[in-house]
Design a protein around this ligand. Structure first.
Ligand SMILES: Nc1ncnc2c1ncn2[C@@H]1O[C@H](COP(=O)(O)OP(=O)(O)OP(=O)(O)O)[C@@H](O)[C@H]1O
Ligand SMILES: [Mg+2]
Length: 227
């Protein structure tokens, strides 16, 4: 597969339910929009609702059927080299094989995880499953994303201890800076999206910047862009 193909697809996977896949998808699209990248949030989990209200600065799309998902991937694999538009695919839990197949069509694969023992255990198992089922080249696109990371210094300390105990150096190298806990961020996944607090926007922007840097994109290049 040519490296310029599928440069626009970020997939969000992981087999644990409630690991922040959907909220990460929304935050990423929100942050991309604030950086003047257009994006589409594609929901692939048939058990979830698509948020298609008009107030969002990103599009949403139902990719619940294989046909719809394949059409979307096909479309984005044909777009010319410059990345102005991305598709973020919210994977849905308990679908390890699906995650492997999706990773093969992605330019970046995120595994968000909450910071408790069992969540870390499952995230590591997911990474190892991708390692054995992907080519070396595709596996290099996999990133771990600590989510709902504590803001309190004492909890942060014990979280870091747990990370040191459970993750190998290699896992640490695949890890993006954490997304901190922010209850107001959940607003992004409500059907009646209204005003978004500035701290949620800042958190979303920070996440988008990390992702763009990992895609070798300059987060500021479309600063002056008008839609
Ligand atoms: N950074 C954060 N700060 C506060 N709450 C968070 C954060 N990230 C996730 N959450 C909360 O954790 C819960 C689970 O998140 P989310 O729905 O995104 O998980 P999911 O992986 O999509 O779940 P499912 O597997 O059921 O689809 C939600 O209530 C969400 O608001
Ligand atoms: Mg979800």
């Amino acid at each position: 597969m040519s490296p310029t193909l599928n440069k626009h697809v970020v997939s969000i996977g992981g087999s644990k339910g409630g690991s922040a896949k959907t909220l990460t998808s929304h935050m990423l699209c929100q942050g991309l929009g604030l950086r003047k990248y257009s994006s589409i949030l594609a929901t692939s989990d048939a058990r979830r609702n698509v948020r298609n209200d008009e107030n969002r600065i990103y599009d949403t799309f139902s990719a619940k059927s294989d046909e719809a998902l394949n059409a979307l991937l096909e479309h984005f694999s044909n777009v010319e080299i410059k990345v102005t538009s991305l598709v973020v695919i919210d994977g849905g839990a308990s679908r390890s094989q699906f995650d492997v197949e999706l990773a093969k069509s992605s330019s970046l694969v995120l595994i968000p995880f909450l910071t408790a023992y069992e969540d870390i255990e499952v995230a590591i198992a997911d990474v190892e499953n991708l390692r054995v089922n992907l080519s070396e080249e595709d596996f290099e696109l996999v990133r771990l994303l600590p989510s709902k990371y504590p803001t309190n210094p004492f909890s942060r300390d014990s979280t870091e201890k747990l990370f040191n105990q459970m993750f190998t150096d290699e896992h640490r190298q695949m890890m993006l800076p954490p997304v901190i806990e922010m209850n107001a961020a959940a607003k992004l996944n409500r059907p009646d999206l209204k005003e978004i607090p500035s701290d949620v926007n800042n958190l979303s922007r920070r996440l988008a910047d990390q992702i763009l840097i990992n895609l070798n994109e300059d987060p500021f290049q479309y600063r002056e862009r008008k839609f």
